[in-house]
Design a binder for this molecule. Structure first.
Ligand SMILES: C[S@@+](CC[C@H](N)C(=O)[O-])C[C@H]1O[C@@H](n2cnc3c(N)ncnc32)[C@H](O)[C@@H]1O
Length: 291
């Protein structure tokens, strides 16, 4: 019932705000984010996106063929206020839990979220992407489907790395999977003097961890680079992290796309701008309340 009323209010708000979205919001919003904002508002894929999404979705049912492991382990997202570091200042991950390989057919980006990521990357002309949280490689497949993109993706679970490699190879070989904890891999990339024009942070969904990784990746980025955060409405705590980033003077632009939050790294000289889809569509409810 709650779901039905959300869909009805969503539809009503969409119809009422149609003109405002088109004639006000899209006029203010930088062009590179139009594709992503349109997807959120109109909920429609192009024929090419439909074809791509159904190809990538077909990989899901084949996940059990990609691993001989009985149980697949992954790092879970910890509860609020559980953040801790080791003596070197590296973040401790969430619990490492195993589950049947079939359970991992459901994880990873959905078609909607995958196409949303693809539109962000394509719209901004991003070429070198760093991802924190590979999982089975679904978001990776969407990133790699944009011509000319290269992906470095970090995942602590060996079995997931093995699965992700085979999934992503079906789209492109322009990827490097780092089978390490996020902090270890970021240190290695800093040592290598690697640079990226987009970082997607999609693991360890906890406020302090999110802010920690946001700080850690900065040496890998130049002004104009994007940091895309997943699940900014996942918990009150994750939303609080997002609100801090919206206020952070380091970011010249922030865009609230509900399922993703984009931060554009500034050069310190621009005025700050925030763009919020919540002015035109009902904001999603917090997914894990009191987490
Ligand atoms: C939400 S999933 C990523 C989903 C993927 N980006 C997608 O959209 O298809 C998060 C992944 O991050 C990994 N992870 C979480 N914390 C980690 C850490 N501190 N170091 C390395 N991997 C971690 C988990 O094992 C999990 O597979």
């Amino acid at each position: 019932m709650k779901k039905v009323s959300f869909y009805v209010s969503n539809l009503v708000k969409r119809v009422l705000n149609y003109g405002k979205f088109k004639n006000e919001f899209l006029k203010r919003l930088p062009k590179e984010f139009h594709g992503a904002a349109r997807l959120l508002f109109y909920h429609t894929f192009t024929p090419a996106e439909k074809e791509l999404a159904s190809k990538i979705e077909s990989f899901r049912s084949r996940i059990p063929e990609l691993s001989s492991a009985k149980e697949i382990y992954s790092y879970t997202s910890p509860h609020s206020n559980s953040f801790a570091t080791d003596e070197q200042g590296n973040a401790l991950p969430g619990e490492y839990l195993g589950s049947a390989v079939e359970a991992h057919m459901k994880t990873g980006s959905s078609t909607f979220n995958g196409i949303l990521l693809r539109r962000i990357v394509e719209g901004a002309g991003v070429k070198r992407i760093l991802e924190l949280g590979t999982n089975t490689g679904f978001s990776g497949c969407y990133f790699l489907s944009v011509p000319g993109t290269e992906l470095v993706t970090i995942e602590g679970s060996d079995a997931l790395c093995e699965i992700a490699k085979q999934n992503m190879d079906r789209i492109s070989d322009k990827h490097r999977i780092m089978n390490m904890l996020f902090d270890e891999a970021i240190s290695k990339l800093i040592e290598e003097k690697a640079t990226f024009d987009c970082v997607f942070i999609d693991g360890q969904h906890e406020q302090k961890a999110t802010l920690h990784y946001t700080q850690r990746v900065l040496p890998l980025l130049k002004p104009g680079a994007l940091i895309v955060h997943d699940d900014i409405y996942w918990s009150e705590d994750m939303h609080a992290a997002w609100e801090q980033m919206v206020q952070d003077p380091k970011f010249s632009q922030t865009v609230d796309l509900f399922y993703k939050g984009i931060c554009v790294l500034g050069n310190g000289a621009e005025n700050k701008a925030h763009y919020d889809m919540g002015e035109y569509l009902p904001r999603p409810e917090i997914f894990r309340k009191n987490w």
